[in-house]
Design a binder for this molecule. Structure first.
Ligand code: AMP
Ligand code: MN
Length: 362
């Protein structure tokens, strides 16, 4: 089971060009049938291959100096540049950056020329060669902790592809499938595993030592999950990993306004069978086994148990609009939704554009 690495910069096809009302100099290009990007009028034609940079990319200054709008570029991990965010231009949503495939290469970037002399094909990943990094907010100390080891290789890291990158898979390949739809909480990923009597608590990328100030371990103990998992593992011999989102004070913006910190379950991985449990089996295991053993653990809010996505939504725009709405805390906008198929192991997420536009940048 491959962990999904995001292709932040890749070769993509322009699938549509749409005018922007009352704008003379700009128009909206649709990339790969999914992402809208505002571009200069006439710069791209339908069918062109171009280099697309997704939101959250850190773009080296030399690649697109205009992003700094005449100001000094900012710095991230020692690289001068700018971060790509979701914006609106003249009312049009714009997500990411599109550059011609014939990048006018600055002399400082001459080492790239050789790479670009090869024929680039649709789908090619050019993230590394262009020096693009994923921008991540600094991690607070309570979430960093001391390392016990790498994230276990026998558990997949949590993540799902974004709907915009897999439009055909959703609407063609997986047509007719029903999905569990849960609210995506904006916290920090935590995996707790019980394997052959051993228990481990991991952050998104690391297996963590139990230390006093570590939020993941504290929540796992305080909510009784560690003890419940150990008993479950001993009684049944079943090796499992619970994947949950840590939300609360000091985590992201705590938009759910949770007192203290709490874990919310969203997946269970069957380590012995090397497969995710299907939604209904996961919810039964939680409520009929883990909770009765004393774990004070709730699931991320479930909006639907079996929604047929292709019956409910005619296209990506309709599916994305459904991501907008109230969160677990009904007074705030949700980050988005996660869709997990009941019929295959296909999953994806939709991030709310309303939420992306409103989000407080750190
Ligand atoms: P991202 O936050 O964009 O990296 O999206 C993936 C992450 O969403 C996962 O790694 C989880 O930590 C988190 N997440 C929050 N809520 C859910 C949910 N209901 N289902 C699955 N993942 C979720
Ligand atoms: Mn997240």
């Amino acid at each position: 089971m491959a962990n999904i690495e995001r292709k932040l910069a890749s070769v993509r096809k322009v699938t549509d060009i749409r005018p922007i009302p009352d704008a003379d100099a700009i128009e909206c290009a649709i990339v790969g049938g999914g992402w809208p990007v505002v571009v200069k009028k006439g710069e791209f034609q339908v069918g062109d291959l171009a280099i697309y940079f997704e939101i959250d990319s850190w773009i080296p200054h030399e690649l697109a100096p205009f992003l700094s709008k005449g100001k000094e570029p900012r710095e991230y991990n020692g690289v001068l540049g700018e971060k790509l965010r979701t914006i609106r231009l003249r009312g049009q949503l714009s997500q990411g950056l599109l550059l011609p495939i014939t990048l006018k290469l600055n002399l400082d970037f001459s080492y790239l020329v050789t790479a670009f002399e090869r024929d680039l094909q649709e789908g090619d990943d050019v993230t590394e060669i262009l020096g693009v990094q994923k921008w991540e907010a600094p991690i607070p100390a309570c979430l960093a902790g001391q390392v016990r080891g790498n994230f276990p290789s026998w558990i997949p890291k949590t993540d799902q592809p974004r709907g915009q990158n897999i439009v055909d898979e959703i609407f063609e390949e997986h047509k007719g499938e029903t999905y569990e739809v849960t609210i995506k909480l904006d916290g920090s990923s935590c995996t707790i595993y019980a394997k052959d009597g051993d228990i481990g608590v991991c952050s998104r990328n690391l297996d963590l030592k139990e230390t006093e100030g570590n939020s993941f371990w504290n929540a796992a103990r305080d909510q009784g999950i560690v003890d419940a998992m150990l008993v479950y593992n001993k009684k049944t011999g079943h090796n499992i990993a619970l994947q949950s989102e840590l939300c609360g004070e000091g985590v992201q913006n705590n938009q759910e306004s949770i007192k203290g910190q709490r874990l919310f379950l969203f997946d269970i991985f069957d380590i012995d069978g090397q497969a995710y449990m299907k939604p209904d089996a996961r919810i039964s295991l939680l409520n009929e086994h883990i909770v009765p053993l004393g774990a004070d653990l709730t699931h991320t809010p479930v909006l639907h148990l079996a929604m047929c996505v292709t019956d409910c939504f005619a296209n990506l725009d309709e599916l994305l609009a459904y991501a907008d709405g109230p969160s677990m805390n009904p007074n705030v906008k949700r980050e988005g939704l996660v869709f997990k198929s009941n019929d295959s192991d296909f999953t994806f997420k939709t991030i709310s554009n309303e939420w992306l536009l409103k989000r407080k940048e750190k």
